[in-house]
Design a binder for this molecule. Structure first.
Ligand code: BJW
Length: 241
C-alpha cells in the first residue's frame, strides 16, 4: 500500500479539461463527433478513402489551436503545480492532442493519442514537429517522399502510444485520477480497473458529469474542471488522498 502523502500518482485527462480553454470535446452535444462522421475522419480506412478531407479536418483544428485565444486554464495549471510540489512521481497521461498541458507547465507527460503539432511520414515513419497545413502534396522533410504525411494522432483501430510505460506506472500507483473524459474509448477507459486490480490504488473521477465508468471510482466530484481540479489539487497537497 502506497503512502497517501507521497505515493505515485497517475492522472488520465480527456477533452473536458481543455473545454474551458475553448477546445471542443468529442461526445458532448456540441462536440466534434456530432459535426463529422467518426469513421470518415478518425480511422485509417477513412484516411485511405479520402485523405484530403481528413487533412482538411485536422488542418482546421490545428489552425484553431494556434489562435492567441487558446491558452491553458486553471485545471492545466493545477496539474503542473501538483507535479512540481508532490513528493512522489506524478505521471500525466492525456488523450488530448492539444499542447495545453505542456504549455501549462506539465513535464512528465504522455500523449497516448498523439499530438496535433506533430506529423509523420507513412513511408519512412519519421515524426516531425508540425504547425503548417498538411496536404497530399506535402513532402516528408526526412525522406522527401510526397503524399505520405499524416497527422501524428491515434485513430480507431490503431495502437495508442507508450502503452508499456502507462501500464507499468498504473501497476505502481497509489492514486489514479481521471479528469474530463467520458470513459467511452479503450484502452484509456480500462485504466481505472487496471489501477484497482494491479495496484489496489485509490481512484478518483473529476468530470462535469458521471462518466461511463463512474461507479468504478472510489471518490468522485462533478463540475467544471477549472473549479474542481484546482480544489482537488489543493486538498491533495494539504492532506494526501
Ligand atoms: C468536462 C467539461 C468541463 C465537458 N470540465 N469536464 C468494443 C469494445 C471495447 C473496445 C473496442 C470495441 N471496439 C473497438 C474497440 C477499441 C476502440 C474503442 O475504444 N472503441 C470504442 C468507441 C468502443 N479503441 C481503439 O481503437 C484504440 N486502440 C486500440 O484499442 O488498440 C488496441 C489495443 C488493445 C489493448 C491495449 C492497447 C491497445 C484507439 C482509440 C483512438 C481514439 N482516437 C480519438 C481521436 C484522436 C485524434 C483526434 O483528436 O482527432 O481520441 S477518438 C476521441 O475520443 C479522441 C479522444 O482522445 C477520445 C476520448 O474522448 P474524451 O477525451 O473522453 O472526450 P469526450 O468528448 O468523449 O468526453 C469529454 C468529457 O468531458 C465528458 O464526460 C464531459 O462531460 C466532460 N466535460 N466539459 C470537466 N468544463
Amino acid at each position: 500500500m502506497q503512502d497517501r502523502r507521497s505515493g505515485n500518482i497517475v492522472i488520465l485527462t480527456g477533452a473536458g479539461i481543455s473545454k474551458e480553454s475553448g477546445i471542443d470535446t468529442f461526445r458532448d452535444a456540441d462536440g466534434l463527433w456530432n459535426k463529422v462522421n467518426i469513421e470518415d475522419v478518425a480511422t485509417p480506412e477513412g484516411f485511405a478513402r479520402n485523405p484530403a478531407m481528413v487533412h482538411d479536418f485536422y488542418n482546421e483544428r490545428r489552425r484553431g489551436l494556434l489562435g492567441d485565444n487558446i491558452r491553458p486554464n486553471a485545471a492545466h495549471a493545477a496539474l503542473a503545480r501538483l507535479e512540481a510540489e508532490w513528493p512522489g512521481e506524478v505521471l500525466l497521461v492525456t488523450q488530448n492532442i492539444d499542447n495545453l498541458h505542456e504549455a501549462g507547465g506539465s513535464k512528465n507527460l504522455i500523449h497516448m493519442h498523439g499530438e496535433m503539432f506533430k506529423a509523420r511520414c507513412e513511408d519512412c515513419h519519421a515524426v516531425h514537429d508540425w504547425r503548417e497545413d498538411l496536404s497530399l502534396q506535402t513532402h516528408c522533410p526526412a525522406c522527401e517522399a510526397p503524399g505520405g504525411m499524416r497527422p501524428h494522432v491515434v485513430w480507431f483501430g490503431e495502437m495508442p502510444f507508450d502503452m508499456d510505460r502507462i501500464y507499468a506506472a498504473l501497476s505502481q500507483c497509489g492514486l489514479f485520477l481521471s479528469i474530463g473524459t467520458s470513459g467511452n474509448v479503450y484502452p484509456a477507459a480500462g485504466f481505472v480497473q487496471e489501477a484497482i486490480f494491479s495496484a489496489r490504488a485509490h481512484t478518483v473521477e473529476l468530470n462535469l458529469e458521471p462518466s461511463e465508468g463512474a461507479t468504478l471510482f472510489a471518490e468522485t466530484d462533478y463540475g467544471p474542471a477549472t473549479e474542481i481540479v484546482p480544489r482537488y489539487v489543493d486538498k491533495l497537497l494539504a492532506e494526501g488522498w
